[in-house]
Design a protein around this ligand. Structure first.
Ligand SMILES: C[S@@+](CC[C@H](N)C(=O)[O-])C[C@H]1O[C@@H](n2cnc3c(N)ncnc32)[C@H](O)[C@@H]1O
Length: 297
C-alpha cells in the first residue's frame, strides 16, 4: 500500500530516472565482471605461452631420430653452401634464386606454431638459421647491395645463419671476413665450414671484447633482454656502417625489462633523424623481425 501510494505520488520522471540509473549501474557491474574474466583468460594464455616457449617441443622425439636428422641436414648444408659458392653474383643477387637456396638449406625445426606458413623451409633437425626465411632473404639482399668487407654476428648458436650469410656475402667482396661471437661454443661443422669460408671464431666472447671496433655490419641476436641488446649496440653496434637486430617484434622477451621490442623502439626513435631505419617484418603476429639502423657512412 505504501509502495503503491509512493509510486502514485512520486513524480514519474524521477521514478524513470532512478530505474534507468539502476539498470545502468547493473550493466556496468556485469561489464566489469566480463572484463575481469577476459583479463584472467589473457593472463593465463600468456603464462601458457611463456611455459611453452621454454619447453623443448621436440623432447619426445627419440635421440636416434634427432641424430640421423641432424647428420642429414648437416650434409645437405654442406652441399647447399658449396652450391652457393659456385653460383654467380648475378644469380645470388636475385631474390627468388637466393630464396630457393635458403629453402634447400632449410631453417631450424623448433616446433614453433608461428612457423606454419614456412613448412617448406624447415629441416627435420634444429640445424639452420633461427630466422624467418623471407625476412632473411630481404636482409641478405640489403647486405649484398652494400658489399661489406666485415660482418660481426653476436649470438651465433649453431652457426646456421652465420654459414649462410658468410657464403653469400663472401661472393661480393674478396676481402670479406665474418666474425662469430657467442658465450658458448655450439657451432656445428666448424672444421669444415671454416676451411671453405672466411669465418673467424670469437667464442667464448661477448660484444664487450670488441668495444669500439668498426665493422661494416653488426648483427645482434644474443642476449634478448632490454639491457643486453642495448649493451651490444653501445659496445659495438653503433660503430658499424649499419647495425641489424633480430627479434625486433618478439613479444616473448617483453618480461626481460621490456626485451628486444623496447630496446628496438627506443633506438629507432633516437636514431631516425640521423640514420636510415628499416624494418623487415613478415609475420603479422608479434614475432621475430629484423631491424636495421644504417648510419650511411
Ligand atoms: C637466438 S640464438 C642465436 C641464433 C642465430 N643468430 C641464428 O639465427 O641461427 C642466441 C645465442 O646468443 C648467445 N648469447 C646469449 N647471451 C650472449 C651474450 N651476452 N653475448 C654473446 N652471445 C650470447 C646464446 O648462447 C645463443 O647461442
Amino acid at each position: 500500500m505504501s509502495y503503491t501510494s509512493f509510486t502514485q505520488n512520486f513524480p514519474k520522471f524521477l521514478l524513470v530516472f532512478f530505474r534507468d540509473q539502476n539498470t545502468t549501474f547493473k550493466k556496468l557491474i556485469n561489464y566489469y565482471k566480463h572484463l575481469k574474466l577476459e583479463y584472467e583468460n589473457v593472463k593465463n594464455s600468456y603464462r601458457k605461452f611463456d611455459l611453452e616457449a621454454l619447453k623443448d617441443t621436440t623432447e619426445h622425439i627419440p635421440n636416434v631420430i634427432k641424430t640421423k636428422a641432424l647428420e642429414h641436414d648437416l650434409h645437405k648444408g654442406r652441399v647447399v653452401i658449396e652450391s652457393i659458392l659456385s653460383s654467380t653474383t648475378e644469380q645470388l643477387a636475385n631474390r627468388n634464386f637466393l630464396l630457393e637456396k635458403i629453402k634447400a638449406y632449410g631453417c631450424a625445426y623448433q616446433g614453433w606454431d608461428l612457423y606454419s606458413p614456412y613448412q617448406q623451409y624447415l629441416n627435420a633437425s634444429d640445424y639452420g638459421p633461427l630466422q624467418i626465411p623471407t625476412e632473411l632473404v630481404d636482409f641478405l639482399i640489403y647486405c649484398i647491395h652494400k658489399k661489406p668487407a666485415s660482418f660481426l654476428e653476436i649470438g651465433v648458436m649453431y652457426g646456421g645463419f652465420s654459414v649462410l650469410c658468410c657464403a653469400v656475402l663472401s661472393k661480393f667482396n674478396t676481402n670479406f671476413k665474418y666474425t662469430c661471437v657467442d658465450i658458448e661454443d655450439n657451432f656445428r661443422d666448424w672444421e669444415y665450414f671454416s676451411s671453405i669460408l672466411p669465418l673467424e671464431k670469437a667464442i667464448p666472447a661477448t660484444s664487450a671484447d670488441f668495444i669500439g671496433s668498426e665493422f661494416d655490419v653488426v648483427y645482434i641476436d644474443a642476449d634478448h633482454s632490454y639491457h643486453g641488446m642495448k649493451n651490444d649496440f653501445f659496445n659495438v653496434g653503433r660503430y658499424a656502417k649499419f647495425c641489424a637486430f633480430h627479434d625486433i617484434n618478439a613479444a616473448e622477451y617483453d618480461h626481460l625489462d621490456g626485451g628486444t621490442r623496447r630496446c628496438w623502439n627506443e633506438l629507432k626513435l633516437s636514431y631516425c633523424q640521423s640514420a636510415s631505419i628499416l624494418e623487415i617484418s613478415h609475420i603479422a603476429e608479434e614475432w621475430m623481425g629484423i631491424g636495421i639502423i644504417d648510419f650511411n657512412k
